[in-house]
Design a protein. Structure first.
Length: 227
């Protein structure tokens, strides 16, 4: 991917070790006019299919060097980029051009600027054993991605559906999109149903923005979704 010189980046190992990384988060950050920080998170996970990227955004040159080194440890060139909605094409097509990484995107999305290689739905087998959990949230195609770790615990890649805050989770909330959910309650009901098979095994909820969350996942989800 071409580098992004405008922001500052970081790479964090979320699962594994420096010698054996299994799940990475890389983050690009930009200052906001109000004094806050705007963060875009992307992920790479090591799978039997090869490394899989989720919502990839181009990093700055220093972060790119770190990221490429880590992904090489995870098996070399990525097997796929998987998007969580039609708003997250980000740098996926640049990764495709440079590294021949195919782009998988939700079939319910309706505002793609480029052309994904594969549109997926709930019944499709995704790269790396990811499971697609479509939900009715802020944007067309909003999809949670579930990944089961070797120990049986589950990671949920939440895209724009659930936002990380340092001490809690929050919904993105309804948008102006004509297919948007009408309320947080409607989003909560859809997410609660989608996560029900995994609820007692969720170890991480990883969003595309905000946070990162540093609390106890179970109680935070209970507060957001209800019992």
């Amino acid at each position: 991917m071409a580098v992004n010189a405008a922001g500052s980046g970081s790479v964090e190992i979320l699962v594994g070790t420096a010698g054996y990384p299994r799940l990475l988060r890389w983050t690009m950050s930009w200052p906001r006019d109000d004094g806050g920080v705007r963060r875009w998170h992307s992920y790479a996970l090591a799978t039997s299919d090869g490394p899989v990227l989720i919502d990839p955004v181009m990093p700055d040159s220093r972060t790119m060097y770190q990221l490429e080194s880590r992904i090489e440890q995870m098996g070399g060139y990525p097997a796929a980029s998987v998007l969580t909605n039609d708003m997250h094409e980000r740098s996926a097509y640049e990764a495709r051009t440079q590294y021949s990484v195919p782009v998988w995107a939700p079939q319910a999305g309706d505002e793609y600027e480029g052309k994904p290689d594969r549109l997926y739905g709930a019944a499709d087998r995704l790269p790396g054993g990811l499971v697609a959990l479509p939900v009715h949230a802020a944007f067309a195609g909003d999809t949670l991605l579930a990944w089961t770790m070797p120990d049986g615990k589950v990671v949920i890649f939440a895209g724009d559906v659930i936002m990380e805050r340092p001490d809690h989770f929050a919904f993105h909330g309804p948008s102006a999109h004509p297919k948007s959910a009408s309320s947080d309650a409607e989003i909560a009901a859809s997410v609660r149903e989608a996560l029900s098979p995994y609820r007692d095994r969720i170890a991480m909820v990883l969003s595309a923005h905000g946070g990162p969350f540093a609390g106890d996942v179970g109680p935070a989800l209970d507060t957001l979704l209800g019992p």
